[in-house]
Ligand binder design. Structure first.
Ligand code: PBE
Length: 268
């Protein structure tokens, strides 16, 4: 591999997502780090636009490099691979963690307990993501997963008392993975009697809202690498409830028909 030069066809461009995403910052770091990416740029847009461009490239068997992550439905839908990252620009295995505001445990102990007990697996999240990708509404997909996974849900709600309209606001970013998790948690909370509002923000704003105590929390903190900058900015201002999903990953992703295996196989 590495013999085919796709760079010009791709206009020396990595197809990115939202400017505030950790994976975009990591891709910008890779552009600085790898000689193979000298002269490249990371185009920012949105997760939806990235997915559309990826789908179009695959349909025409054209080369494309996207900022990718797992869990994500794109791996079920297309034959894709991560490019090896020998310099470690994209970190290693990630956890998705739950962060809540200070004081939530005292003010809203049942909300805190449920958020603390929320934990699922990549396959669960992928089921919800695929369902949404195939046309279900976010809420319907969340409700369907909940119906099919009462055993898991009952672990999250274990010891959580029913409440009567206690208000809880969760923040997230419109990344497919976080749309899935946030909607599932919101629906479970509604079933326990909470009055739940979910608000999409950009990444920095999501962390800020929790750190300032404006909202209950979020289930969308990718660590230790992806959101390292956001965590270090707000260290001590947010309450870390631990991992809600293990084995997440970010990186540069390409269709398998491309004859490159490593970021080093791309060409300046
Ligand atoms: N993501 C999905 C986010 C975290 C979740 C990988 C696009 C990011 O890069 O910040």
């Amino acid at each position: 591999s590495g013999d085919v030069n796709y760079s010009e066809e791709m206009d020396y461009t990595i197809t990115g997502i939202e400017a505030g995403a950790g994976v975009v910052a990591a891709a910008e770091d890779a552009v600085e780090t790898y000689d193979s990416l000298s002269g490249w740029e990371v185009a920012t847009s949105s997760s939806g636009a990235m997915a559309t461009e990826l789908g179009e490239a695959v349909k025409d068997e054209e080369p494309i490099v996207v900022t990718g992550w797992t869990p994500h439905w794109k791996f079920a839908k297309y034959d894709l691979k991560y490019l090896e990252d020998p310099e470690g620009s994209f970190g290693g295995e990630e956890q998705i963690k739950t962060m809540v505001r200070k004081g939530l445990e005292e003010d809203k102990p049942n909300a805190y307990k449920l958020l603390d007990q929320f934990k699922w697996e990549a396959a669960d999240m992928e089921t919800v993501m695929l369902d949404i990708n195939e046309g279900s509404s976010e809420q319907e997909a969340a409700q369907a997963w909940i119906e099919d996974n009462q055993d898991k849900v009952s672990e999250w709600t274990d010891g959580v008392e029913d409440v009567d309209g206690v208000e809880v606001e969760l923040v997230y970013v419109n990344w497919d993975s976080e749309i899935a998790s946030t909607n599932v948690v919101a629906e479970v909370m509604k079933q326990k009697g909470f009055d739940v509002e979910i608000t999409p923000l950009e990444n920095g704003g999501m962390w800020e809202a929790v750190a300032q105590g404006e909202v209950a929390g979020m289930v969308a903190a990718w660590l230790p690498a992806t959101h390292e900058a956001q965590l270090s900015k707000h260290e001590g201002e947010v309450v870390d409830l631990g991992a809600n999903l293990e084995g997440a990953k970010i990186g540069l992703v390409v269709p398998k028909y491309m004859e490159v295996d490593s970021i080093e196989d791309l060409q300046p």
